[in-house]
Design a protein around this ligand. Structure first.
Ligand SMILES: NC(=O)C1=CN([C@@H]2O[C@H](COP(=O)(O)OP(=O)(O)OC[C@H]3O[C@@H](n4cnc5c(N)ncnc54)[C@H](OP(=O)(O)O)[C@@H]3O)[C@@H](O)[C@H]2O)C=CC1
Ligand SMILES: N[C@@H](CC(=O)OP(=O)(O)O)C(=O)O
Length: 361
């Protein structure tokens, strides 16, 4: 295994940051090179700074790396910087990094709506990276280094858009979507995270800002790129979301109903086959972390389940089950995705792998 590119991780001690550490420690193309967090953690070896909450142990390549403050000059040698920063601080820090000429792939919400920032779920709309390709080519032609930010989506949005995108690709427009989520506690982060007393023996039927993110981000991701490189929302599709926090460690489960815009409806079997057949650009490009199968369609009546199904293809695949006709819309199904892998750190890594395959890093 030869790592070729130096990777920095901002927010390396958090829920998403720890997943970055695990996924990058074993990565064939990226080397864990710089770790950043707050001044509370800076100056300490990673193993001392972090309150490690993963079931796998801290990778040896990360243990002794000394955590630094999130200043662009500290990360000057990095080919790519992954951000798992708290959104309270991500805005200013990521802008400083971009202006310094660094490539930032962010999990934070701050720039997802920015008109010049691609919002990418790599299993579905890696094509939106064409905007970055043109920017990099222009900068290279002028002998300059292009700094830019690419955002990952909200983690529940990441799970939703994969089956929606696959079905739109096969059958055309979807006019209406309703989604009810059951979201894992790791989605709320570690500082402070969800209190055990609040979530044990309980369901919390509210996650601040989450429903608006699902309803808006889905339209940018499933939208298109205009000739002037702006992002056109898929506004013909209505999305209505309800979000709940449940006592699950990892893995967001979502109950989805959809209505196609076209009068000709596929059968349940055709819907399942379209999901099974869907192949993402990251698979076609041969990205090392791409899932073997993008969407697993499960036939058991009681699947997918977070504990049993979240780690399919190392957490990079999504699982869909209980595909059936809906009495109000056309079809309904359950989708499960690993919120800190394909919903966060893994998505960032797949974006970076795509950039590398396209010669942009
Ligand atoms: N968890 C999930 O499933 C998903 C999360 N996201 C987004 O990813 C981001 C990270 O989330 P998550 O890992 O859950 O959050 P955590 O609260 O677990 O981690 C936050 C990280 O930010 C660092 N940080 C806090 N304040 C500062 C500061 N002033 N300067 C530098 N670093 C700071 C913390 O460092 P320290 O330990 O030193 O305080 C920590 O590393 C958020 O924006 C979140 O919305 C996106 C998709 C999914
Ligand atoms: N809010 C998500 C985590 C996430 O993705 O957040 P954001 O969209 O702010 O990055 C959860 O609680 O599970």
């Amino acid at each position: 295994m030869t790592a070729t590119k130096k990777a920095g991780v901002l927010g390396a001690t958090g829920s998403v940051g720890q997943k970055f550490i695990l996924l990058l420690a074993e990565h064939p193309e990226f080397e864990l090179y710089k770790l950043g967090a707050s001044s509370r953690s800076a100056g300490k070896p990673y193993a001392e700074a972090v309150k490690w909450r993963q079931t796998a142990t801290i990778p040896p390549s990360a243990r002794e790396l000394v955590v630094v403050e999130c200043k662009a000059s500290e990360f000057a040698d990095c080919d790519v910087v992954f951000s798992g920063l708290d959104s309270d601080v991500a805005g200013d820090i990521e802008t400083e990094f971009k202006e310094f000429g660094l490539v930032v792939i962010s999990n934070a919400k701050n720039y997802r709506r920015a008109p010049d920032v691609p919002l990418v779920v790599p299993l579905i709309n890696a094509s939106h990276l064409e905007v970055i390709e043109r920017r990099v080519q222009k900068a290279r032609a002028a002998n300059k280094k292009a700094g830019y930010i690419i955002c990952n989506s909200n983690c529940s949005t990441a799970g939703l858009v994969v089956p929606l995108g696959a079905l739109i690709a096969k059958f055309g427009d979807i006019s209406d979507v309703t989604v009810t989520t059951l979201q894992a506690i790791s989605g709320a982060g570690f500082s402070p995270g969800v209190l055990g007393f609040d979530i044990l023996d309980n369901v919390i039927p509210y996650i601040s800002g989450e429903e608006e993110k699902l309803e808006w981000e889905t339209k940018k991701i499933l939208g298109s790129v205009a000739e002037d490189d702006s992002f056109v929302l898929r506004s013909t599709m209505s999305v209505s979301a309800q979000c709940n926090r449940v006592a699950v460690s990892d893995g967001h489960l979502e109950c989805v109903s959809i209505k196609f815009a076209t009068p000709q409806k596929p059968s349940v079997e055709q819907v399942k086959q379209a999901l099974r057949d869907y192949v993402s650009e990251s698979q076609i490009l041969g990205c090392p972390s791409a899932p073997k199968q993008c969407i697993y369609v499960l036939e058991e009546a009681d699947r997918p389940q977070p504990r049993l199904d979240r780690n399919r293809d190392n957490g990079y695949a999504v699982s869909v089950g209980r595909v059936r006709e809906d009495t109000v819309f056309d079809f309904k199904f359950i989708v499960l995705s690993h919120n800190t892998v394909i919903g966060a750190a893994g998505a960032g890594i797949l974006i970076a792998e795509t950039l590398l395959k396209k010669g942009l890093l």
